[in-house]
Structure formats: C-alpha cells, structure tokens
Design a protein around this ligand. Structure first.
Ligand code: KG4
Ligand code: ZN
Length: 333
C-alpha cells in the first residue's frame, strides 16, 4: 500500500511516500530562514510558506518515490494539533489529491505520527509500550497497550520541553530553533557543573513542570554576574539539559515498570537530543527495557511519520471524510 503523507502543522513543510513502513521518499522544506529573525514561529508566515512550498514538494516526493498520483493507495495528512492556518494548507492539498485520484483520505494526529515514526526503523511490533512524547508543544507520557490506543499517564503542567530548550537557547544567544544548538554546545561540557532543580521529580505522578527550571537558569546567571563571575555557557547548557533529561528518564522508566511493559518508545523533536538518547538507552539497559527511538531525521517533524501512521489506519479500514476540519488542539486518544 503506497501512501502519501503531508505534514504542515508548524514550520516545516514535509511530504513523504511510504509503502507499509518502508520510506520511498521523505522531503522537508524548512522554514527556518522565514522565522529566524523573529526568534520563533510566526503563524501567518508559516501558512504562506506552506502554500508556496507544498505543491512542488509533493511533485518531487512522487518523483523520488518513482510513482505518480494514480499509484497512491491513500493520502495521509496531519489534522492536529498545530497551527490552524498551517494545518489547513496541508489538509486542502490532501483533500484535493484524494478527490482527484479517488485514493482514500486519512487524517492523522501529529503526536501519533511521532510515536509511530519508530515503526520505520524498528518494525511494527511497538506495543504494549509506554511512550515519552517530547516536542516543541508537548511533553507527555502515554501508555499504548495496543496500536492506536492511548492512555495519558502524565504531561507538563506548564512549558513543553522543546519550548524550554528554545527559550534557554535564545537567552544564550544561540538562535532559532535552539534545541539542536544547545545540544551541540552542551556536548563536551560538564552536566554536573550547576545543580538545577529537578522539578516534580518526587511528585509521585507522571506530570512534568519546566517553567521553574527556566527561571532557575536566569537567576543563576544573574547571581553569578552580580558576584563578578563569568558563567561558562557550555556548562550552563549541559547542566540545564541534564535537569530536564534526569526527570524525563526517571519518570519514563517508572511508568514502564508501573504499566509492566517491556518497551519504551520515544518520539518528538526533543528526542533528537544526544543526551536524552544516551541516558534513556543506558537506563533502559540497566533495568532490561527495550528502548526505541527514531533516527534524528524522523524525530523532528517529517512526512514519513504521518504517512506511516496513515497507512496503519488505512489498513484497518479507517477513512476520513473530505468534510473533516483541522483541530489545532487535537488530543491523543
Ligand atoms: O516535534 P518537533 O519537530 O515539532 C513540534 O511538534 O513541536 O519538535 C521541535 C522541538 C523544538 O523545540 C526544538 O528546539 C526541539 O524540538 N529539538 C531539540 C533538538 N532538536 C530539536 N531539543 C533538544 N535537543 C535537540 N537536539
Ligand atoms: Zn512535532
């Protein structure tokens, strides 16, 4: 089953063609230069950039995959969560292709896409599992007893992890998006240089809080400057990152044990983080859990994850009506 996947929920225009879990084409037109000078994503500019980039990207993806519109067995598109105007660009294109070719349309939850991105490299046996989803807009732990069934275990009560990375990176003058730059800066630095608070580490539930950590970083820098001391930005980045990763690793392992699953799945842009991948792999090995995460390119927003999730749903006989609207605050469930 060949499925076209379209993802336009935020600032990447992404298109892929998959056959089952095999990726035939996976292309991204990044909007980084559009939003860079604003230090964050400007929704109206994102929608316009999607309009410009999408049609040629679909053509190139089909060409790369060696197929034509008439070869498609389905069209998958992100319906939410995300920026409403941006989502609508992808949905309009997907509906037009479905209508024109007669291929069935399937709407995909972006968060399910992040989880099922794991199928590309690890195959379809992903459940029962506990999933840590960490992206620019979400930080959550979910129990997935079987494919497409999600039970929320906990989530952030304030900022998302990616948002915290981006804010601290901006504070350090690392540009936008900040996560990858902060990751690089932290790589050879000391993660124990500064002991930042591990928010909600002992909360007894699976919720997270990240806004206090941000404040702690700013306070630390102010205090050091007042005392006439220099702060090493690399040590600061590594220590901040460690505080986030510590809590995420501990809660994910606890959740997996509580739910008695043997598999942990990681998904979302923050899973591209070197330290999170290292620490999670090590912690999993220590307690005998199978820890899976996608390759870096499939962690951040991409079309392949949407195409794979759509293909799974289509093969169960699911279809989405052409009348379906975007849902900016769609929940996983
Ligand atoms: O999943 P994603 O591509 O888009 C959303 O669905 O939000 O996630 C984007 C987020 C951004 O906040 C970005 O800074 C963060 O993922 N990110 C990282 C890394 N690469 C991307 N955060 C930490 N370390 C990274 N290497
Ligand atoms: Zn995402």
């Amino acid at each position: 089953m060949k499925v076209l996947g379209i993802e336009t929920s935020c600032d990447e225009t992404a298109v892929a063609v998959v056959e089952g879990e095999t990726v035939l084409a996976n292309l991204i037109a990044s909007q980084v230069d559009v939003h860079e000078r604003f230090g964050g994503v400007v929704p109206e500019l994102a929608s316009r950039a999607h309009v410009e980039a999408l049609t040629p990207l679909i053509d190139t993806a089909l060409e790369t995959a060696g197929c034509e519109f008439r070869d498609l067995d389905g069209v998958a598109v992100t319906v939410g969560p995300g920026l409403v105007g941006a989502l609508l660009v992808g949905m309009a294109a997907a509906k037009a292709i479905a209508l024109g070719t007669g291929a069935p349309l399937i709407g995909v939850n972006h968060l399910e896409g992040h989880v099922l991105a794991n199928a590309v490299e690890h195959g379809p046996e992903l459940t029962p599992s506990v999933c840590l989803i960490v992206s620019g807009g979400h930080t959550m732990l979910v129990h997935m007893p079987e494919p497409h069934r999600y039970e929320l275990l906990g989530q952030t009560v304030d900022d998302a992890a990616g948002e915290a990375f981006d804010k601290i990176a901006r504070f350090l003058g690392l540009g936008f998006p900040g996560g990858p730059a902060l990751d690089r800066l932290a790589r050879d630095a000391d993660p124990n240089a500064i002991r930042f608070p591990r928010a909600m580490a002992d909360s007894g539930n699976f919720d997270f809080s990240l806004s206090g950590l941000k404040t702690a970083v700013l306070r630390h820098v102010e205090a050091e400057r007042r005392a006439g001391r220099d702060v090493d930005p690399a040590d600061l980045a590594a220590s901040f990152q460690e505080a986030i990763v510590d809590v995420q690793v501990a809660k994910t392992i606890d959740a997996a044990r509580e739910r008695r699953v043997e598999t942990v799945l990681l998904g979302g842009g923050v899973v591209a983080n070197t330290r999170l991948r290292e620490r999670m792999e090590k912690a999993g090995a220590e307690v005998g859990l199978r820890v899976l995460f996608p390759s870096i390119d499939l962690c951040t927003d991409n079309g392949a994850m949407i195409a794979v999730a759509g293909a799974w749903r289509l093969s169960r006989g699911e279809r989405t009506s052409l009348g379906m609207g975007a849902d900016p605050s769609l929940e996983l469930g």
